[in-house]
Write a protein that binds this ligand. Structure first.
Ligand code: GTR
Length: 373
């Protein structure tokens, strides 16, 4: 029996206090506190050229904190005409890995081939749907291994690795997503419209945490985000990643306190459905791949079911009504729900063209169909 902290039915005047209490719990027990005092410092345009369906723009984005600054290359694709929204998404291997285009500058991963991850970045299709997309290599914000906190974004602030509530790399990547969004104002002649934070896997965790903290993201897409993302910690399933497993391999992702919940999932004061609820009434789309047992697809779906009351309180729909929120996955390849939605597709851990298509359907619905409250 899955016992979760309930989503209370609140009077509108009590929502702000509940929201800040929940944010505080996620900061203290999961991701750590994002320090104040950082900002986007400046944006320089390096290249701006036409591509099939729009333009490709490369930016140098300089972010700063009290102890210094760093410059991150950002690759932007802009559609023809006014975009519906801009999708802000970090990538794993470098901007040049997202496209075979010869002009895109090679990043820190010199041995990664141009376009080697292009299947995850169907730019032509995204532009065709009227969306802009901005990406940066996640390790340009924060190196993804323990002991490197001084080299990345966290090093721009005073960072004490012994602080039990200090922020981890997921917090730094989430911070980076907000700065990339702000940098879009530096793209000549571009009005971004709404913003969507999107991420796959560990970067899906970061997208959710960015959306929970930054209300300027009108929608969040978390693809195969699993443990520490949309997956319910309290859901038991064979082969899934647990708090013990994730904090042993990736201690640098979270606040040090989080590891204390290894094998004590029921004691964690929050669970993933409350992370989704923090984003309500803004749109959330959770995506799973049915063979990706490590990310626990059913635990991700059940998080959306459990978070649905937070949307229903605004007169919006989640996924609870789907088959009365039964404990089986909805039909593969179909998006279910409303402002909070879900899909599972066949296959394994990946970000595919089908994932993008269904995610952009969710964004289309959020920006056009269900009127904003
Ligand atoms: C795995 C990790 C997952 C997920 C994934 C990824 O090794 O255990 O939590 O984040 O990496 O980012 O691809």
């Amino acid at each position: 029996m899955l016992e979760l902290p309930p989503i209370p039915r609140l009077r509108p005047e009590d929502r702000a206090a509940r929201r800040s209490g929940l944010l505080d719990l996620f900061e203290s027990h999961v991701y750590g506190r994002t320090p104040a005092g950082g900002h986007l410092d400046r944006v320089a345009v390096r290249t701006d050229e036409p591509v099939d369906g729009g333009r490709r723009v490369e930016l140098d984005v300089t972010v700063a904190g009290p102890r210094g600054e760093r410059t991150v290359p950002v690759l932007v694709h802009v559609p023809e005409g006014a975009p519906v929204a801009v999708v802000v998404a970090l990538n794993f291997a470098g901007n040049h890995a997202t496209t075979p285009a010869p002009g895109v500058r090679i990043g820190r991963n010199r041995d990664v081939a141009r376009g080697s991850r292009a299947s995850r970045w169907p730019y032509r299709a995204i532009l065709g749907r009227g969306y802009a997309v901005a990406t940066a290599h996640y390790e340009d914000f924060e190196i993804d291994s323990p002991g490197h906190a001084v080299e990345g974004v966290r090093g721009l602030f005073s960072h004490d690795p012994r602080d039990p509530h200090g922020w981890g790399a997921i917090g730094a990547w989430a911070w980076g997503l907000s700065r990339v969004f702000e940098a879009m104002a530096g793209v000549p002649g571009f009005e971004p419209g709404a913003a969507v934070a999107l991420g796959h896997s560990r970067l899906g965790k970061a997208a959710l945490w960015a959306g929970a903290q930054d209300g300027r993201f009108a929608a969040v897409v978390a693809n195969d985000s699993g443990c520490g993302g949309a997956g319910l910690h309290r859901h038991r399933a064979p082969g899934k990643e647990t708090i013990a497993a994730i904090t042993a391999r990736f201690p640098h992702w979270f606040a040090p306190t989080f590891a204390g919940y290894a094998d004590r999932e029921a004691d964690l004061p929050v669970d993933a459905h409350e992370l989704l609820a923090l984003i309500a009434p803004r749109a959330v789309h959770v995506a799973s791949a049915v063979e990706d047992l490590w990310a626990d697809p059913l635990g991700e779906y059940l998080a959306t079911v459990a978070a649905s009351p937070a949307y229903e309180a605004f007169g919006l729909t989640g996924t609870r009504s789907v088959d009365e929120g039964s404990a089986v996955l909805p039909t593969l390849g179909q998006r279910v729900g409303g402002r909070l939605s879900y899909h599972a597709r066949p296959g394994g851990h990946d970000l595919t063209a089908q994932d993008w298509e269904l995610a952009l359907d969710a964004a289309d619905d959020a920006f056009t169909a269900e009127a904003a409250p």
